[in-house]
Design a protein around this ligand. Structure first.
Ligand code: DOR
Ligand code: ZN
Length: 352
């Protein structure tokens, strides 16, 4: 018999880009409707690299929300080569700041202020380990001689493994892991290594982006990989293993900046991630693990209580309709198209 209903604790999105200004105002409601909390990425221009900036940004996010919303933004600090120990201490002492984000310089959108020489940050990582402030890594090298499809695998060998050997007590999340190598590396680690997985990497492989025409709305970083990698990600997400949890990496860009000769990286999936994930878990015969992946594992990692509010997902015979785009003034942002019909509807919320 097919399961047509799933009751979940309100999910958390443990990797989210909300931007600022008009875009923030236009997108935040979609996350607030579907998620109880989210780990907010700090890659604004200029980057959110101090606790004061993170707390100001948090305030702007709260101001952009509907006044009835209970959505909680959990803030992160952008690691630069000028970050001080004092800033790390301030961040660790704040109840609103949950982690520090490492962008290798040049790896992705607004990463120019990121880290060039990782060794220069080791003293900060030691301090973070001492204060139990986790490090979130964009796990890709940027060396020009490394093929873009190999950036994650090489990052593990050259950057992550030496770092973990040197500072084993630092809790690390490999954000948006995209390869079987990444999944296996996390699974084989003894402690302190976790990973988030995105909606789009669970649904698509690189053919979706490249076969039959170039689809810029599927271009993201890390780039979509071949099918064997997607299969490994799906198996990790649906396994119930507490080390894997949801981070949608929903990353809004104005449509014209993606449909361009040099298009931006990012997939805006905040609108329909939950229906997409229910579809993935149903296909993998693992709906019973969806709560772990979306609501329990991430909360446990961050030392938070699982959300008490519930959402009910219902599989209907009619397809769930999502907008193709959302408006931002005279511009639009294109919504993630999973490429298959989604029958899972978020029916209602139960507040306790
Ligand atoms: O595709 C991506 N978009 N990957 C990232 O790492 C950053 C993000 C963004 O900020 O647009
Ligand atoms: Zn991201």
């Amino acid at each position: 018999m097919i399961q047509t209903e799933v009751l979940l604790n309100m999910p958390d999105d443990m990797h989210l880009h909300l931007r600022d200004g008009n875009i923030l105002n236009g997108v935040v409601g979609y996350s607030a409707r579907n998620f109880g909390r989210a780990i907010i990425m700090p890659n604004l221009v200029p980057p959110i690299s101090t606790s004061d900036a993170a707390l100001d940004y948090r305030r702007r996010i709260l101001n952009a929300l509907d006044h009835k919303s209970t959505f909680q933004p959990l803030m992160t600090l952008y690691l630069t080569e000028s970050t001080t120990s004092h800033e790390i201490e301030k961040a660790a002492a704040s109840p609103f700041i949950k982690a520090v984000k490492l962008y290798p310089a040049g790896a992705t959108t607004n990463s120019e202020s990121g880290v060039r020489n990782i060794k220069k940050s080791y003293h900060l990582f030691r301090k973070m380990a001492e204060l139990d402030l986790p490090l979130l890594v964009h796990g890709e090298v940027t060396d020009p001689d490394i093929d873009i499809f190999d950036r994650e695998e090489v990052f593990i060998d050259r950057i992550l493994e030496p770092l973990r050997r040197e500072i084993p007590d630092l809790r690390i999340v490999m954000e948006h892991v995209t390869t079987k190598n990444g999944v296996d590396y996390v699974k084989n680690s003894k402690k302190n290594l976790f990973a988030t997985l995105t909606t789009h990497h669970l649904m698509l492989n690189r053919n979706a982006m490249l076969v039959g025409g170039l689809r810029p709305h599927y271009y993201c970083l890390p780039i979509l990989k071949r099918e064997k990698h997607r299969a490994a990600l799906r198996s990790a997400a649906t396994s119930g293993d507490p080390r894997f949890f949801l981070g949608t990496d929903s990353a809004p860009h104005l449509t014209h900046t993606k449909e361009s000769a040099c298009g931006c990286a990012g997939v805006f999936s905040a609108v329909n991630s939950m229906g997409c994930l229910a579809t993935v878990f149903e296909e993998e015969n693992a709906l019973s693990k969806l709560n772990k992946f979306t609501a329990e594992n991430g909360a446990n990692f961050y030392g938070l209580k699982v959300n008490k509010n519930k959402i009910r997902l219902i599989r209907k015979s009619k397809v769930a309709i999502f907008p193709d785009t959302i408006s931002i003034g005279n511009e639009t942002i294109t919504v993630f198209d999973p490429g298959i019909p989604i029958y899972w509807h978020i029916d209602y919320m139960i507040n306790e």
